[in-house]
Design a protein around this ligand. Sequence first.
Ligand SMILES: Nc1ncnc2c1ncn2[C@@H]1O[C@H](COP(=O)(O)OP(=O)(O)O)[C@@H](O)[C@H]1O
Ligand SMILES: O=C(CO)[C@@H](O)[C@H](O)COP(=O)(O)O
Length: 498
Amino acid sequence: MSYVIGVDLGTSAVKTVLVNKQGQVAFETSESYPLSQPKPGYSEQNPEDWVEQTLVSLGRLLEVSGVPAEEIQGMSFSGQMHGLVLLDQDHQVVRPAILWNDTRTTSQCRRIEQKLGGELLQIARNRALEGFTLPKILWVQEHEPDNWSRAALFLLPKDYVRYRLTGDLAMDYSDAAGTLLLDITAKSWSETIATAFDLPLSLCPRLVESFDDVGGLLPEVRERTGLGETTRVYAGGADNACGAIGAGILSEGQTMCSIGTSGVVLSYEERKDLDFEGKVHFFNHGEKDAFYIMGVTLAAGYSLEWFRSTFGKELSFEALLSGVDEITAGADGLLFTPYIVGERTPHPDADIRGSFIGMDASHRLPHFARAVLEGITFSLRESIDILRESGKQITEVISIGGGARNETWLQMQADIFNARVVRLENEQGPAMGAAMLAAYGSGWFDSLADCAAAFLRTSKSYEPDPDRAEQYNQLFVIYQEIYNQTADLNRRLAAFRG
Ligand SMILES: Nc1ncnc2c1ncn2[C@@H]1O[C@H](COP(=O)(O)OP(=O)(O)O)[C@@H](O)[C@H]1O
Ligand SMILES: O=C(CO)[C@@H](O)[C@H](O)COP(=O)(O)O
């Protein structure tokens, strides 16, 4: 038997899957790590935690599956996007990684806009958002001169882990697209953007394709994990690019919804010259010379996780959500907005915060849990609507990520999106996408599309219920008003946050 490994470096955990030539997941493991919020709006992780837990996860995969190391032909990575890992000249980490959901960089975003004006959208094809990497680099430059003076190179999270496993320093196009330093269609680092902020191009690593072979595993990694010399390592991609590959989003007309820590609505995009005015993110795909567009809810699964850990600490997700399907659409007049760490699409606003609107003495825990699921899904519907307004036909959505584990939530997605929602046999989209990059890189298939045809299987489809879809349309109009009604209140409350 031959196998490949997909590693998904998520925000809550690293997940590894061992996949055979038929696309069956022979074994999977997950190892979590902490997220630190030293101040409101800050979000950091220790890169050493990622490396350690990836090694533990790979070791378990080998040990428990019992698969001989020589049967594992390839390995590739998917990673949380945008996180800044700064390295010094000796490739030592300079400071904790500043993550995608860290919103400390509003003033750096305004500086980028002032300096570059329309050139930013022309070159980087995205607007300056707090989560992207360039504003984080400028924040360190402004606020931590000692750390900045030591910085020689930056990497993104999965590229750092891959460096520690192979010794190779590189970044793939799909992840580089989220830095705001890449000329997206030219596929090169932008000298215009770098020089505008006095950044030497030597700060940027070598660029590679997601399916490029970047070497073998270091001897100490082989010893620690049980992997051998036969396993080649392929660069990998951004978690959303890998999620798209793992959901088979490889041609025009295909859309996915991913609910992990963040929430993403993503469509394959052939129209590379169309101006989306920065309303959605426009990124390079993991497939060669392909692109996708997407909208992002910053706290999707994270809102549910926050709600569970705050109000139902002893409950599993299954227990928390068990009574939710007994409550009707709209949770008896209770709405939730998932802005608990600020928002991106369609409201790029670091100060906005969440609300429960319409609390009534009759509401119980399941009402609140339902309102949280509905609020997250309404937020994703805002991205669906932007994609539809750009001319996309969205009649079917492949749902992946932790949010695809709950049947009620999948039906809710179908009703709120007014589209068929499809769950795959394996909802681990990004890890599967990484395994597919390794399978394609290893020469198992002629294209990623051929790999998707062989690997991906539908598990169940959820059709929208016309009555509930109509009810949700009416509720969505009220939901959409909450942002404007609460934006000023939250701006004034910002001064009182810890
Ligand atoms: N059984 C479940 N039912 C509903 N939602 C779930 C369930 N398990 C996990 N989730 C949601 O999925 C999120 C984690 O998704 P995952 O794709 O693993 O995240 P990430 O890749 O960001 O680490 C959790 O925060 C939670 O909101
Ligand atoms: O910032 C983005 C995309 O622009 C996020 O989607 C991150 O890539 C993190 O993803 P998850 O941990 O939620 O998978």
